[in-house]
Design a binder for this molecule. Structure first.
Ligand SMILES: *Cc1c(COP(=O)(O)O)cnc(C)c1O
Length: 370
């Protein structure tokens, strides 16, 4: 008997689950004659804003440019420092570098692996490069401590731009991520909780002026057609992806609830698997389980052990930003470095069942921990 391979993300399953609705949406765009920034993008922007509980959404080409344009829109310029974490995908750092700004790395809380408010306080007072924005990353689907982070930034008049690429629908203290900062960036890369079938992203802001500025920046700095008010670029969302995202958005809460059920099943087995460190969820956080991440110093051996049993554990991310050749900094972030050496993601997405989770747990129980 050949068992199915369990993946950490499965965009194909995400398509098949809603294939009929998606085909209708795609057909509607094909026959409409509008393919870039048309009625589907406008409708998606309105629907995503409503999902966020009000505010403004601007569709852009991808999550990386969403971060970049959000930072530009809140006033970040070349030479400015942008405080963020190093245990993130290169995209977060790339967005900062595109502006000519400089990433200033903040240590994480070792329990949640998210930006430490205490470390942020230190960075904001001690950084050699003046920090002009703070970018917390809601890694794995869990909000960073937005209450403490926003309070500290606000006390110094520094805007917060939330990297929400892994946390669509998550809440901190009952309020959606993306609504806490001056602006927020979302990615709709196919593996994300809200995924398109191609590239896509959005900037969300409660501030109409910030959103208006992003609207200009995403299309040549145009205020109106053919009139560039400021230097801009092309970072447009297309109609096909917007139509697809409108379908996917209707299923986001149900799919996040499915992820939470799988995560609960994993967590219920934690006591019988003491060789692993299990996820810590901060009390006011509503986690959306983009990744279900456990830790062990024997990470690479466990990844291999699971792979031999048809279980593909992911590693997000093996090399912290300050150790990447492109962004290397001679600093030490012990908690960050340790997390990057120990994390692995167990399969946890809406295409899986509790039976699949039980198969992963059974494999983990066979793992010969010392
Ligand atoms: C996916 C991701 C991004 C980048 O999004 P793209 O759409 O791939 O450009 C940025 N930050 C985080 C944390 C991500 O997971």
């Amino acid at each position: 008997m050949s068992e199915k391979i369990l993946l950490t993300a499965d965009p194909g399953a995400g398509f098949r689950a809603h294939a009929d609705e998606l085909r209708v949406a795609v057909e509607r765009v094909l026959t409409s004659g509008y393919y870039i920034l048309g009625p589907e993008v406008e409708a998606f922007e309105a629907e995503f804003s409503a999902y966020q509980g009000g505010g403004h959404t601007v569709g852009v080409a991808n999550g990386t440019e969403a971060i970049e344009l959000a930072l530009r829109a809140v006033g970040v310029r070349a030479g400015d420092g942008v405080a963020t974490v190093a245990n993130t995908v290169s995209a977060t750092i790339s967005a900062i570098e595109q502006i000519g700004a400089r990433p200033v790395f903040v240590e994480i809380d070792p329990a949640t692996m998210l930006m430490s408010p205490a470390a942020l306080a230190e960075t904001l007072t001690q950084s050699a490069v003046p920090v002009r924005a703070v970018v917390p990353v809601h890694l794995y689907g869990q909000p960073a401590d937005l209450g403490a982070i926003c309070a500290q930034a606000q006390a110094r008049g520094i805007p917060v731009v939330e990297d929400c690429a892994q946390a669509h629908g998550a809440r901190w203290a009952g309020r959606r991520v993306g609504t806490w900062g001056a602006a927020a960036a979302f990615s709709f890369y196919p593996t994300k909780n809200l995924g398109a079938l191609g590239d896509g992203g959005a900037v969300f802001s409660g501030d109409a002026a910030v959103a208006e500025r992003v609207r200009r920046l995403r299309q040549y700095g145009w205020r109106q057609r053919y009139l560039s008010e400021e230097p801009g670029r092309n970072s447009r969302l297309d109609e096909l992806q917007a139509a697809i995202l409108r379908v996917k958005l209707r299923h986001l809460d149900a799919e996040n609830a499915h992820r939470a059920r799988l995560a609960a099943r994993y967590c219920a087995a934690a006591r019988s698997l003491p060789g692993l460190v299990w996820p810590t969820v901060a009390t006011p956080a509503e986690h959306v389980w983009h990744q279900f991440v456990v830790r062990t110093p024997k990470r690479d051996a466990l990844v291999e052990f699971l792979s031999a049993r048809g279980i593909r554990a992911g590693v997000l991310y093996p090399v912290p930003a300050h150790r990447q050749p492109a962004y290397a900094q001679a600093i030490s972030l012990p908690a960050t470095e340790r997390a990057c050496a120990e994390v692995l993601s167990l399969p946890c997405h809406p295409g899986l069942t509790e039976v699949d989770v039980d198969r992963v747990l059974a494999a983990l129980k066979e793992w010969p921990t010392p």
